[in-house]
Design a protein around this ligand. Structure first.
Ligand code: AKG
Ligand code: FE2
Length: 363
């Protein structure tokens, strides 16, 4: 892990004042006050669109030789049109998930001084604090962000020791997430028709990180944002929601589609690097979280990075297969990460700057 990455992230600490603001949530301090952002864009209601429900992909069907083809097509269509799908019957060890859930809920329920044992340092990227701030505004959430793989990139000082089950639970969960990611990626390769190794190999042994979020309830859900609209900057994202509180919304065709929580399922999404790897075939789609007036919401989000020989660029086999030119410039991974963090605090999507403008097709 290059130490320079730890200098470019922009996260604010959670202080006693913040805890009091979250708990009382009547007076909203200026840095959290964003009614215009909450109102920006139409939110689609359940009866307003036949495509209301996020596609559901079933891992058991993916693994069944008789059903796989149709299910892979569903997965592929979700990645092209929504950039997101829900995954059911995912096969992740239930005990591992339950231990991770339990340790996470116990961590967040501890007094601030315990959580501060793993507080973010000097504008750091890892540890406990606010999420990244964008345009100086803060999200209504507390987050623990950690590098979880490869082993040598772990920063044990940032791994909570309280509750005592946390480290062991995270270690096991992290390994399960690798297995799950690799499985999903191999089905994506089949959908794309690209050589498995050329595609899955771009993710294997790459960095895995996690963001564990708790969104406290807010008496004024129309005035604060749980997570600012963004696309994910790495390759693949796997999200586990620990309760049935709604909040996540996905932007599709200019409107916000709320995701109906399905306890026990994972929400999988295409992130920016995967969009580049597939030369834009799979879409990295903007999403946000709104808060709830009564209930808190907790999520565990796993991010997988990807690169082709240290570069962020379309996979050559993908271009060859489709007989097309690259729509994105190639960039070294470290440059990409730096650019991504810089764009993030400006509220921009870094891959926009990598797009190659196509010459008009005259034929
Ligand atoms: O907590 C959620 O539902 C979304 C979190 C998210 O978008 C992220 O961590 O990138
Ligand atoms: Fe995200």
């Amino acid at each position: 892990m290059e130490p320079s990455i730890n200098k470019v992230a922009n996260r604010d600490a959670i202080t006693e004042e913040v805890v009091a603001v979250f708990a009382e949530s009547d007076f909203i301090p200026e840095r959290y006050y964003r009614p215009d952002d909450v109102l920006a864009g139409i939110v689609v209601g359940p009866d307003e669109d036949e495509a209301y429900d996020l596609p559901v992909v079933d891992m058991e069907r993916l693994l069944d030789p008789e059903l796989a083809e149709a299910e892979i097509a569903k997965l592929g269509s979700a990645c092209r049109n929504w950039g997101f799908f829900q995954l059911v019957n995912h096969g992740v060890d239930e005990q591992v998930v339950n231990e991770m859930k339990d340790s996470t809920l116990r961590f967040f329920s501890m007094p601030l001084e315990s959580k501060k044992m793993v507080e973010i340092q000097d504008n750091g990227f890892e540890g406990y604090g606010h999420h990244f701030s964008r345009l100086g505004k803060l999200d209504w959430a507390e987050s623990l962000i950690l590098l979880t793989q490869p082993n040598e990139d772990r920063n044990p000082d940032m791994w909570p020791t309280n509750p005592s089950s946390f480290r062991d639970a995270l270690e096991k969960f992290s390994a399960e997430m690798t297995n799950l990611a690799m499985r999903i990626l191999s089905f994506m390769a089949t959908d794309l028709g690209v050589d498995q190794e050329a595609f899955v190999g771009a993710f294997r042994d790459r960095q895995q990180s996690m963001a564990i979020h708790r969104y406290p309830p807010c008496r004024h859900p129309d005035k604060v944002i749980g997570i600012t609209p963004h696309t994910d900057g790495l390759g693949l994202t796997l999200l586990l929601q620990l309760d049935d509180t709604p909040g996540l919304q996905i932007r599709k065709d200019g409107r916000w589609f709320p995701v109906q929580p399905r306890p026990g399922s994972f929400i999988i999404n295409v992130a920016d690097i995967l969009q580049v790897l597939t030369n834009g075939t799979y879409r990295s789609v903007e999403h946000r979280v709104l808060t709830n007036a009564e209930k808190g919401r907790t999520t565990i989000v796993t991010f997988y990075s990807a690169d082709v020989d240290g570069m962020v660029k379309p996979i050559p086999e993908v271009l060859k297969l489709n007989g097309v030119e690259a729509r994105y410039k190639s960039i070294k991974m470290l440059e990409y990460i730096k650019g991504n963090f810089a764009a993030l605090s400006d509220g921009k999507q870094f891959i926009d700057s990598l797009r190659i403008t196509m010459k008009p097709n005259i034929s």
